[in-house]
Write a protein that binds this ligand. Structure first.
Ligand code: C5P
Length: 238
């Protein structure tokens, strides 16, 4: 059973408004297809399988029609909203749509997901939702770091103890009020963060870690698309 227990509606903000410049190509990264299916559609399908009831997809200006087409067969209702200059502005726009949208108003659990993590297993999504329902303010899926990491210090470098490091994935899960207040605080302070858990932490909330998955990798560079195509063709990724 991959679905989280159904209690209150769960909404996911799916951010897809980045330029995707590291991947190249002439369409936004989230519209690139793997096995004939756009990454954004794969992300929404995986979120729905894990227990998400509706999605707000945040997209770059001028691409709304293309995203509507890509999501025409989505298994859950998807609203589309324009993004902002930085990822956190895109998330803030997504939060505004939840607030404005009558049918989403009673959502108490909000997930934020990078559209590019299109192969996230439903089990990871359900784990994040369950942790928020059990009382966590902010939840992130993590995986151990497999590479040895060196930190650049002045002209030299030092090895970091990788056993104490975790790589952070999405979807990240929040009590809705925590996410909304965190983004309000960021907007007021002008602080820039790279993920939403850091935004919640900025307000003093504890971040809970749950087990992520290598399959939730972020399609970032052309190499990642080749890996994804190959694994999907072999039936090793859904
Ligand atoms: O650049 P990075 O890979 O960290 O972006 C993570 C996610 O945030 C991507 O899915 C990207 O589309 C999204 N993003 C966004 N708005 C921005 C920048 C990034 O929605 N201004």
């Amino acid at each position: 059973m991959t679905h989280a227990t159904r209690e209150v509606p769960v909404v996911a903000i799916v951010v897809a408004a980045g330029s995707g410049s590291r991947l190249g190509g002439d369409v936004p990264k989230a519209l690139r297809e793997v096995g004939g299916v756009p990454l954004v559609a794969r992300s929404v399908t995986q979120l729905a399988a894990g227990g998400v009831d509706a999605a707000v997809v945040v997209v770059a200006d001028g691409t709304q029609g293309a995203f509507e087409a890509a999501l025409a067969d989505a298994p859950i209702p998807c609203g589309i909203v324009p993004g902002g200059a930085e990822r956190q502005h895109s998330v803030a726009n997504g939060i505004s749509l939840i607030t404005l949208h009558g049918s989403l108003e009673d959502a108490e659990v909000v997930l934020v997901h990078d559209a590019a993590r299109a192969f996230v297993p439903a089990e990871v999504v359900a784990r994040v939702i369950d942790a928020v329902r059990q009382g966590a303010d902010a939840v992130v899926p993590v995986v151990p770091v497999v590479d040895t990491i060196r930190e650049l210090v002045d002209e030299a470098s030092v090895v970091i103890d990788r056993s104490a490091l975790r790589a952070v994935q999405t979807p990240q899960g929040f009590k809705r009020a925590v996410l909304a207040e965190a983004h309000d605080a960021l907007a007021e302070s002008g602080q820039v963060v790279t993920d939403d858990a850091a935004a919640a932490e900025y307000l003093g909330h504890e971040v809970t870690l749950v087990e992520g998955s290598r399959e939730a990798f972020k399609v970032t560079e052309p190499f990642d698309l080749v890996i994804a195509e190959t694994l999907v063709a072999r039936g090793k990724l859904s």
